[in-house]
Design a protein around this ligand. Structure first.
Ligand code: CMC
Length: 421
């Protein structure tokens, strides 16, 4: 085993170097504090690995994304969302009988207790669907037997995983129906996952829409230690139940710097369109440090060349719009923005490229999904990834997540200081 050396005040601390299967290297500083009294400081975890993981591999410099070793491009072409979900949570592509029993389990889990339906109905129609999703997922915990989350059995995983996959689809569709003032429909056992979701929402199935969603969900299914996966892992590390852990993922995803960006992208494109379509003006705003405006759907913590998901989605966007016969002026604005930004030194120097959210909203809009549901679509796609991350964490017996800090507040003071004021 190779070691790295950290010299602090003349004392040398040796730390093991961990090498991943794709050659990624990390200095294991887990014993640093005990040996030296010092911690490391890395706000936003820009340079900190929180775990070892065998689920998803990203090479940000080269725009590579693989689930369990399979290239995202090949999975989008050859797999279904449920097959990819099983791959993520189990580690290997399922054979046909394992896939069909997974499908059956999800179908059995595709209904909601009356209490959870009532919770969805209790929300004002203006409520953001991500808040409803998070609340309903957490509420679902009350309808399942409490378990020892530090010692789950295979049977527990076999029950809980399809439960979450079924629940996220039902909650999203029922919230849509509630907002439209329409009655809730039952899941149909003869439909595949995406067709059932479309039917639950719209009361009819469109094969083209279901196929498009399937690819979008595969593209969103996992993305290693991103903000929401980390939130789900952190809650899971406390042995919070799966419902609470997945709701933590939903809440983190909601933010506009993360999954919430897909809603913000469409709102931005609509704003530029309403403002006459002058995208150069918005490029200048994004570059202006005194202006809080950022080009939504641009930039990524890990991808510094291109986001392979954005490449697939951009191509797919044109295909879907053509297939559905939709002409959307925001697509032209998005392409124009991209073209200008990719030549602009500000974006080039900072390695800012379109990310997964830049074009996905245009497809969702063409599919008839309301803008405030875009992030929920991301959450449905990401559910198997969160589950896989959570399951891996529990399997590794990971310690509770509990970072340290460097305190910069007042040193000890007493009431006497207040009295003498
Ligand atoms: N528009 C304008 N400037 C930007 C943008 C942007 N979209 N993104 C980053 N920058 C600039 C930023 O101002 C900084 O400039 P400087 O070095 O002069 O201070 C530099 O680029 C580095 O940015 P950062 O915020 O330090 O980078 P980060 O790794 O902390 O943040 C990000 C990554 C995705 C949060 C950020 O790029 C961003 O806010 N993008 C817009 C929101 C978005 O599209 N989010 C979806 C991400 S992909 C979906 C997902 O998986 O979550």
């Amino acid at each position: 085993m190779s070691v790295g050396k950290i010299e602090i005040n003349g004392k040398v601390h040796e730390a093991p170097i961990i090498i991943g299967s794709e050659g990624e290297v990390a200095l294991d500083i887990s014993k640093l504090r005990a040996a030296t009294g010092m911690i490391t400081l890395d706000g936003g975890f820009k340079n900190t690995g929180s775990c070892t993981s065998s689920i998803t591999y990203i090479d940000g410099a080269n725009g590579v994304l693989r689930y369990r070793g399979y290239a995202i491009e090949e999975l989008c072409e050859k797999s279904s969302f449920l097959e990819v979900s099983k791959l993520l949570v189990d580690g290997n592509l399922p054979n046909s009988s394992a896939l069909s029993s997974f499908q059956d389990q999800i179908k059995k889990a595709s209904s909601l207790p009356e209490g959870v339906k009532s919770i969805i109905k209790s929300f004002p129609k203006s409520a953001h669907p991500m808040g409803v999703l998070s609340s309903a997922l957490a509420a679902l915990s009350g309808h399942f037997e409490a378990k020892d989350y530090g010692n789950l059995s295979k049977a527990d995983f076999d029950e809980l995983i399809p439960t979450m996959m079924g629940a996220v689809k039902m909650i999203a569709a029922y919230n849509y129906r509630h907002n439209k003032g329409e009655n809730f429909l039952d899941s149909k056992s003869d439909l595949d996952y995406c067709s059932d979701f479309i039917n639950l929402m719209f009361g009819e199935v469109d094969k083209d829409i279901a196929e498009a969603l399937d690819v979008l969900f595969i593209l969103h299914a996992d993305h290693e230690q991103n903000c929401s996966a980390t939130a789900a892992r952190v809650a899971g590390s406390a042995h919070a139940n799966i419902f609470a852990s997945m709701a933590s993922g939903v809440n983190a995803l909601w933010g506009p710097r993360h999954g919430g960006a897909n809603q913000k992208v469409i709102e931005m494109l609509e704003m530029i369109e309403a403002d006459g379509g002058d995208y150069q003006k918005y490029i200048e705003k994004a570059k202006d440090k005194s202006d809080p405006f950022r080009l939504m759907g641009f930039g990524h913590r890990v991808y510094k060349n291109f986001d392979p998901r954005a490449k697939i989605i951009k191509k797919y966007c044109e295909t879907v719009l053509n297939k559905l016969g939709v002409k959307d002026p925001t697509l032209d604005i998005a392409k124009g923005l991209e073209e200008v930004a990719l030549k602009d030194p500000y974006f080039v120097e900072r390695k800012l490229y379109p990310n997964v959210d830049f074009y996905s909203g245009i497809i969702y809009r063409a599919l008839g999904i309301p803008t405030n549901m875009f992030t929920v679509m991301f959450a449905i796609g990401r559910m198997p990834g969160w589950i896989a991350q959570w399951k891996e964490l529990l399997g590794q017996g990971m310690a509770i997540s509990r970072p340290r800090q460097v305190y910069t507040g007042e040193t000890l003071r007493t009431y006497k200081d207040v009295e003498s004021r």
